[in-house]
Design a protein around this ligand. Structure first.
Ligand SMILES: [Zn+2]
Ligand SMILES: [Zn+2]
Length: 650
């Protein structure tokens, strides 16, 4: 009796159905459509999962064939290039042992143990050259189910591949696979333990670059082996790669830690501890100016400012639930009168304390409390990064207490504030609405009210937003705003949450028009986020050249020689009297030298005073970008500066 093979029927993205023989793969599907498509295919999205191109298909599968044009395939390219890099490293350094090589944003890395050798830039060049050879050879990347795990373990151990052996041991019951690199005659040249998926062959790998080496530990554990990590990037075309490298270069020039050294902005200190920021006078001036602006915009909108203590008894965090749900981010308790106290991780409970000091009526609402509130949260030392990821920071925090009827209007007001602040700093932004997750607190009606409040306010303002279905936190739907900076990079921006948890835990209520007690709505929102992260981001956004209204020094006064000192001092004082942040540089260096230094410090304006200027009672203006900007009287200069400052011109 011969077995009758039933055909396999799969569905393509356009809904069309395709019939294949049993056992045929996504590659066969591509071939059956066109030889050209097959040549360009790098993988397949099968039932929304990325798979190898040579994956057998089954009836009912939804299949999207992936080429370089599809966004999903970049991941395949990068991860496969990581293996090629590992193959090249072991070819150049046969004593190297391989660990793991995942993809990361815009690229990938691979970790290696290389006894008694530290990788250098020259080594990276050698490895890159070898990778190019491997790509040219068009090695096939073939999935191989490990039939005998013990035998494979022996082999790994014999080869000294202890990391691979450790991983295989752990995954022995999960159908572990090897990926084999085969030459054109089908001979296995190299293999790596990996679950895949990968490109079908190395010929697609054309544009990549090894970027840097840094130290790491096996499994991120500092008690385990020291490894060397090579970071790299890969793209489908040389053009894409070049564009990315240009962006990296630009980003490096803008690195806020680097600019901080040049412009004397902030510091962190070993003897203080990591993640704790010291604001130097220059950056403190920037912050102070932003805070003034922030206060003014809040006052206009009916916010009231409050201050709350930096520590509180654990009793408070028991009620708020922070001890239950947030303890791993909080610092250990300190003992005060034999009672445990904690540094505050959030400002919300404090604002609730103020709200609850009185019986509130619907006529009192909305109440908008705002605080530049400093909080302390534990972050692992490995993730700390300049001012962007820290352990102590000041949030521009606010909590709005309102009635359900007022919710939409309050959200509208916050969106208006966000727009004003973000456009003033020259950011463009995009809004995301995160809705109810699978596990949640509160009733369906509450979620509906809160979510529609957020969504309707955005709709009414004509804001283009995306929905992150189920992306809300367990106690609140939220709007997250992403910012785009001067070079198109994305930054975490403002957030708005409608809290369904704390008002219940603290019994936050008001007396309604009906004379009954009702639970108040509580909105959390931060617009700048944290002063540390926001200002750190601003340094990079402006590449250190703060616009005039924010610049630590707005005007530098430069007398050409000693005999101009007196007039220069008078101009200097006049500027200061008019609230201009002016400094005088009357050192005996040449004026050109002092101008160059002023430029390096990114000071927006320099005024140069010589014989001619003094005789006319005028000053010669230089702009840091445009150079000579005319000769003005001091009054004209003041008017010019004032108008530029008031308009907060970029
Ligand atoms: Zn892999
Ligand atoms: Zn809050």
């Amino acid at each position: 009796m011969s077995k009758v093979e039933t055909p396999v029927v799969v569905t393509l993205p356009d809904g069309a159905q395709k019939e294949l023989q049993a056992g045929e793969t996504a590659a066969d599907l591509a071939k059956s459509i066109s030889e050209g498509l097959y040549r360009n295919c790098v993988g397949a999205l099968i039932n929304d999962e990325i798979k190898d191109l040579h994956t057998p298909l089954h009836t009912g599968d939804k299949v999207k064939l992936l080429t370089a044009k599809d966004e999903e395939s970049l991941e395949l390219l990068r991860h496969s290039t990581a293996h090629v890099m590992a193959e090249a490293v072991q070819s150049v350094f046969p004593e190297a042992r391989i660990a793991i090589g995942p993809t990361i944003k815009d690229g990938f890395y691979y970790d290696f143990e290389i006894p008694e050798h530290t990788l250098s830039i020259e080594d990276l060049e050698k490895i890159e050259a070898k990778m190019k050879e491997i790509a040219k050879e068009n090695q096939q990347i073939v999935r191989f189910d490990i039939p005998d795990v013990d035998k494979q373990l022996d082999e790994f151990r014999k080869d000294g591949e202890k990391f691979k052996a450790e991983l295989l041991e752990e995954h022995r019951d999960h159908n572990p696979t090897l990926y084999l690199m085969k030459d054109k005659d089908g001979k296995v040249i190299w293999n790596d333990l990996c679950a895949g998926p990968h490109l079908p062959s190395t010929k697609h790998i054309k544009a990549f670059k090894l970027l840097k080496v840094s130290g790491s530990y096996w499994r991120g554990d500092e008690n385990r082996e020291n490894l060397q990590r090579i970071y790299a990037t890969a793209w489908w075309s040389k053009q894409d790669l070049d564009d990315h490298l240009t962006r990296l270069e630009e980003a490096e020039k803008r690195d806020h830690r680097k600019l901080s050294k040049q412009l004397d902005l902030f510091s962190v200190h070993e003897e203080v501890g990591p993640g704790l920021i010291f604001w130097h006078p220059n950056l403190a001036t920037v912050r102070d100016t932003i805070e003034d602006f922030w206060r003014k915009e809040h006052r206009k909108r009916g916010y009231q400012f409050v201050y709350t203590p930096h520590v509180a008894s654990e009793d408070l965090y028991k009620i708020s639930g922070h001890l239950e749900n947030y303890a791993e981010n909080m610092y250990a308790p300190m003992d005060i009168d034999e009672h445990p106290y904690r540094c505050k991780p959030m400002n919300c409970p404090g604002h609730i304390m103020i709200y609850k000091t009185k019986l509130r009526s619907y006529r009192d609402l909305p109440l908008r409390y705002a605080e530049l509130g400093t909080v302390y949260r534990y972050e692992r030392s490995g993730v700390l990064h300049g001012m962007l990821r820290v352990r102590g920071f000041t949030q521009d925090d606010s909590h709005i207490f309102c009635t359900p009827e007022q919710l939409k209007g309050e959200i509208d007001g916050i969106l208006d504030l966000i727009d004003t602040l973000m456009t003033t700093f020259g950011y463009t932004y995009k809004c995301y609405l995160s809705t109810r997750p699978e596990k949640y607190l509160g009733t369906d009606e509450e979620w509906e009210l809160a979510t529609s409040g957020l969504e309707d306010a955005m709709k009414d303002r004509g804001i283009d937003y995306e929905i992150d279905e189920g992306g809300g936190v367990f106690y609140a739907p939220k709007i997250d705003v992403k910012l785009f900076d001067a070079i198109g990079r994305e930054w975490q921006g403002p957030t708005i949450q409608v809290d369904l948890n704390l008002p219940r835990r603290f019994d936050v209520s008001y007396i309604g028009e009906d004379g009954e007690k009702h639970r108040a709505i509580m909105i959390h929102r931060a617009v700048l986020g944290s002063m540390e992260r926001f200002v750190g981001g601003l340094i990079e956004h402006y590449a250190g050249a703060f616009p005039l209204w924010l610049a630590p020094t707005q005007v530098l006064v430069l007398p050409i020689s000693d005999r101009h000192q007196e007039f220069a001092s008078k101009v200097h004082q006049q500027l200061r009297d008019n609230d201009i942040r002016a400094h005088i540089d009357n050192r005996s260096e040449t004026v050109n030298y002092r101008i160059r230094e002023g430029q390096m410090q990114q000071i927006p304006y320099m005024v140069v005073i010589g014989d001619k200027e003094e005789a006319e009672g005028k000053v010669a203006i230089r702009h840091r970008r445009d150079g000579q900007a005319g000769i003005l009287s001091v009054d004209e200069l003041l008017a010019k500066l004032k108008s530029e400052i008031d308009s907060k011109e970029q």
